[in-house]
Design a protein around this ligand. Structure first.
Ligand SMILES: CC(C)(COP(=O)(O)OP(=O)(O)OC[C@H]1O[C@@H](n2cnc3c(N)ncnc32)[C@H](O)[C@@H]1OP(=O)(O)O)[C@@H](O)C(=O)NCCC(=O)NCCS
Length: 355
């Protein structure tokens, strides 16, 4: 059992969550023990804080801390992620990258301060501010942590704001089989140059579709995941809905990668789920982005199936690992990715200069 000395350490807790046919049902939680009282223990997990009554604890023990990735591993992954989301306008400040894409997404419109900027830190931040002023854009710096913590401290001193933390998560490939994924119909995942080319496909944005009546469950499980080297117009409409418009630069960000696939799931002619996969980082990294399912089609296993199909394509293209970026407070997506086997490699904060 746990003692006060375990507070602050990583633990796993097996709790009894019910009884079925006279046998206890267990659920496991993994995280940092933040509080231990006589009645409860509180864990900080990837999904947020979990409070467990001591009476429900079947077993609990300390586990070794997660191994922090090396700085070199963080740099390599951040560079692979940059290749996977390529801003059309780019410059370098020593090793630092400066990126601009008509303001479309923070990632493609921020400086990436990794490596040596070839000048003192304060002068480097001044240069970033000047470059973005020339682009007519607010200066934004994306700080992978803890690698770029010194940059973060400089930005704190200058009063830069921070957007909510983003988790950069990874998993080895192939993906482990997921209970969330419905078995894929053999031969269902197809590579086609004409995504959604069948007649009658409706341009279905999430907002438009959110009021649609629930469909019979079998409808979703028989849906086919199509992988295509180009996005359909409907796919782009979903991306525009999620990211707030679609300037020309956005098309570049989405498509200017040699190895890229766009996942489309149509049901009755309506695009109900999308996703994007890239292989970058010298062929090592499958990058997943824009995984999205219409509200009416959620919790039917579609996102899991989209990720599995993109992962299978990534493996066939030679990738050995997958990564994605997810906002820490996006509990649905974090739960989905945890179920698929992803864990947090590092985090980043998007920092925005004061007006
Ligand atoms: C996140 C999202 C893609 C999940 O799509 P989905 O098709 O509903 O996910 P799945 O049905 O494949 O879910 C698989 C598992 O993930 C977890 N999960 C998914 N949504 C969840 C939610 N809202 N709450 C808790 N767990 C959730 C569950 O473990 C689920 O299995 P279960 O339904 O058997 O419990 C969807 O909610 C969405 O489109 N959100 C808006 C866009 C977005 O945030 N995309 C991710 C950007 S990184």
């Amino acid at each position: 059992m746990l003692r006060q000395q375990d507070v602050g350490h990583r633990i796993v807790v097996r709790r009894i969550v019910g009884i079925r046919e006279g046998r206890p049902l267990f659920s496991d939680a993994l995280g940092e023990l933040v509080e231990l009282s006589e009645t409860h223990l509180t864990l900080s997990t990837a999904q947020g804080q979990v409070r467990v009554p001591v009476a429900q604890v079947h077993r609990a023990k300390r586990v070794p801390p997660t191994r922090r990735p090396t700085a070199a591993a963080v740099v390599a992954l951040e560079r692979a992620a940059d290749e996977a989301w390529p801003a059309p306008t780019r410059a370098q400040l020593g090793d630092w990258l400066l990126r601009s894409a008509d303001g479309w997404t923070g990632r493609a419109n921020s400086a990436l301060p990794i490596g040596d900027p070839d000048r003192p830190l304060a002068a480097a931040v001044d240069a970033v501010e000047r470059w973005y002023a020339e682009q007519g854009q607010p200066p934004i710096i994306n700080t992978p942590l803890p690698l770029a913590a010194p940059v973060g401290a400089e930005l704190d001193a200058r009063g830069w704001a921070a957007r909510p933390p983003v988790l950069v998560q990874t998993t080895p490939l192939p993906l482990r089989p997921s209970p969330a994924s419905t078995p894929v119909v053999p031969g269902a995942a197809t590579a086609t140059n004409e995504p959604g080319a069948a007649a009658g496909h409706h341009v279905g944005t999430v907002a438009e579709q959110s009021g649609t009546a629930a469909a019979p469950a079998g409808r979703w499980s028989s849906a086919v995941v199509e992988l295509s080297p180009a996005p359909s117009a409907e796919w782009l409409a979903v991306a525009a809905g999620r990211k707030g418009g679609l300037p020309d630069a956005a098309r570049h960000v989405l498509t200017a990668v040699d190895q890229v696939r766009f996942a489309h799931v149509y049901v009755d002619g309506t695009l109900v789920a999308v996703g994007r996969g890239t292989v970058t980082g010298q062929g090592r990294w499958l990058g997943l982005s824009l995984i999205e399912v219409l509200p009416v089609a959620r919790r039917q296993g579609l996102a899991g199936r989209v990720v599995h199909e993109l992962a299978a394509w990534g493996v066939s293209a030679g990738a050995t690992h997958a990564f994605l970026q997810v906002e820490q407070h996006n509990t649905a997506a974090v739960a989905l990715y945890q179920r698929l086997g992803f864990t947090t490699h590092h985090t980043y904060l998007t920092r925005v200069a004061p007006d």
